[in-house]
Design a protein around this ligand. Structure first.
Ligand SMILES: Nc1ncnc2c1ncn2[C@@H]1O[C@H](COP(=O)(O)OP(=O)(O)OP(=O)(O)O)[C@@H](O)[C@H]1O
Ligand SMILES: [Mg+2]
Length: 232
């Protein structure tokens, strides 16, 4: 379903004298349909950069990312036109960022319901009900449903972020340290939800700092080799 082949990303920073910073280098892996691939490696190795290249937040500077799209057939995410990337993000690929970008003045329940409304064409009432159920499973107190997540704790924000990303059951889900700021109970709930999602057919690529946790939910791991990745 997804095949990264010799993927690399370098950043040219003009502000600091055209310095070249290596994001990731020579990354190759395959994700079969319905599979959960873990990515591990030291801080700064380029794990987030890989996910951002797949989601095309970053334009790769080398290599290919082959993806079997429902909308377009097999495409190279490294090179296809922006409008195709936008359609694929809209209908097929979800992304949970390492840090929540809070949408100002939108309540928690509406933030979570929005993708269902926009992507799956569900009615506003049904979307809100489903969003509430998911927030409840994630132990977000009911009194916070109508509050703005800007003032939520880090762990509460991350759970809202996760709920928004999984509610529409994307075909491929990219997860950047989704449980980093969660306690053990919340982590267990998220793991359960991710397993359910996988059983319903979502393929996933996830970054985890906790190796035990990664082993318990992923099928395979791609370990970034710092020596290769940092090579000049
Ligand atoms: N937009 C950017 N501009 C310049 N350099 C960047 C940019 N994004 C990432 N980098 C650099 O690329 C390298 C890899 O960063 P990345 O965020 O992918 O690491 P990571 O493996 O996810 O680390 P962590 O485990 O700390 O999240 C770092 O040296 C970082 O400074
Ligand atoms: Mg990262």
């Amino acid at each position: 379903m997804l095949k990264a082949d010799n993927l690399s990303k370098v950043f040219n920073i003009h502000l600091i004298g055209d310095k070249v910073i290596k994001g990731c280098n020579g990354v190759s892996f395959i994700v079969d349909r319905g599979e959960f691939l873990g990515i591990s490696g030291p801080s700064g190795a380029g794990k987030s950069t890989i996910l951002k290249c797949i989601y095309r937040t970053y334009l790769p500077t080398g290599g290919d990312i082959r993806y079997d799209s429902v909308l377009y057939g097999q495409v190279n995410l490294a090179t296809i036109a922006d409008h195709m990337v936008i359609s694929i993000r809209h209908k097929e690929i979800g992304y949970i960022s390492q840090f929540l970008k809070v949408i100002p003045r939108v309540s928690a329940v509406d933030i979570v319901a929005e993708p269902l409304l926009l992507k799956n064409g569900v009615s506003p009432e049904e979307a809100k009900t489903k969003a509430g159920e998911l927030l409840e499973r994630l132990n977000i107190p009911r009194k916070l449903f109508d509050a703005y997540p800007a003032t939520f704790s880090g762990g509460e924000q991350q759970r809202v972020n996760i709920a928004r990303a999984i509610i529409w059951k994307p075909r491929l889900l990219l997860l950047d340290e989704p449980t980093a700021s969660l306690d053990r109970d919340s982590t267990a709930i998220v793991v359960e939800l991710l397993k359910e999602l996988r059983n319903e057919g979502t393929s996933m690529v996830g970054i985890f700092h906790d190796n035990e946790l990664m082993k318990s939910i992923t099928d395979r791991a791609y370990r970034m080799n710092p020596e290769t990745e940092y090579a000049e």
